[in-house]
Design a protein around this ligand. Structure first.
Ligand code: A2P
Ligand code: MG
Length: 323
């Protein structure tokens, strides 16, 4: 098995971060607004601190390209939030100080390089605040290729066989070795595959809950043209990739929003999900069929939109988009 240490460290840290998120969610925190007006919570900061600490200890030479930074948290207006983050992190790692926490968070401000990690400590923060889906998404990228993906979805359960019907799932993929899933509560993994072409029941598509994150009318039209008759399943975060990888849905569509046609996707919003879907037999590309290019920085500058399928549906979707 390849990447054994990476998996062990990544899984352990992601489980610990998931516990922190679940603890914070028992008492949904205030929404803090970032400069770009998107929301962040004390759980986003705590999750990044825990995972970056583990990566820094185990792989000191690997940069981490994470979503959050601690600049705002260090300001005097946010001292109360920093104290709260530190209290939650202490439940996972005893004896930490506020300085430790901000330093670990800022370890996640690395630059993409030949080998690096990318982290979304809470993907789908809006879902997290609403009490819906969210994910902790960690991936290892080497030479522009995603090699390992670890995707924890603490609120996800799917209408499939155990363990997928249990709430709280952890998806793990290594390039060339397949995708497996376990419940957050037990440590036994099960291999998963995408939906087969003749699986009518799961011939449906997933898309974002947030209208602003895509083009829902176009997404419905394309899905229909590809032969999907049922309405979409709306879900926040990369949990959508887990749904396709396990066969609960055959397609995930994310077409550029007409209001933000120049939006470029962040690598941490896709890297873990892409390998989880691909290693389960699925296919991921942009809306023109180009593979997602993780070698050009912190965003997918060379791609527009995202299409993830069970493989068999992919060409029909691209043909519909081409029209
Ligand atoms: N216009 C947009 N198009 C696509 N994705 C977006 C857009 N605006 C924000 N996002 C990203 O969507 C992600 C959530 O995905 P989903 O809707 O599938 O749950 C967030 O990480 C968010 O990034 P950011 O955190 O930079 O705002
Ligand atoms: Mg995100």
């Amino acid at each position: 098995m390849a990447y054994e240490k990476e998996l062990q460290v990544g899984i352990e840290a992601s489980l610990s971060a998931a516990k922190l998120c679940q603890a914070v969610r028992g008492n949904i925190p205030d929404r803090i607004e970032k400069q770009d007006r998107s929301p962040v919570t004390i759980a986003d900061f705590g999750s990044q601190a825990i995972i970056c600490r583990a990566l820094a200890e185990a792989f000191p030479n690997d940069p981490v390209v994470g979503e959050e930074d601690a600049t705002a948290l260090r300001s005097s207006e946010m001292s109360e939030q920093l104290a709260q983050v530190t209290e939650y992190v202490k439940q996972e790692i005893p004896n930490v100080s506020t300085e430790d926490v901000t330093q670990w968070i800022d370890h996640g401000n690395g630059e993409p390089s030949q080998r690096f990690w990318t982290l979304d400590p809470i993907d789908g923060t809006k879902g997290f605040l609403r009490g819906d889906q969210y994910a902790i998404a960690l991936a290892l990228i080497e030479e522009g290729e995603v090699k390992v993906g670890i995707l924890a979805c603490p609120a996800l359960s799917l209408d499939l066989a155990p363990p997928l019907n249990e709430e709280g799932l952890l998806f793990v993929a290594v390039r060339g070795e397949g995708t497996k899933v376990r419940s957050l509560k037990t440590d036994e993994f099960t291999a998963i595959r995408v939906a087969s072409p003749d699986d009518e029941e799961h011939l449906r598509f997933v898309e974002s809950v947030e209208v602003a994150h895509g083009d829902q009318s176009q997404q419905s039209a394309i899905a229909q043209q590809a032969g999907i008759k049922s309405p979409s399943l709306r879900m926040d975060s990369q949990a959508k990739y887990g749904a396709v990888a396990s066969g609960a849905a055959a397609l995930y569509l994310r077409l550029p929003s007409p209001k933000q046609p120049d939006y470029r996707e962040n690598i941490w919003d896709h890297a873990a999900g892409v390998i989880v879907a691909e290693e389960a037999g699925g296919r991921a590309s942009d809306m023109y069929g180009k593979p997602l290019d993780f070698s050009v920085g912190a965003k997918l500058f060379q791609n527009r939109g995202v299409v993830v399928s069970n493989g068999s549906l992919h060409e029909a979707v691209l043909a519909a988009l081409n029209k």
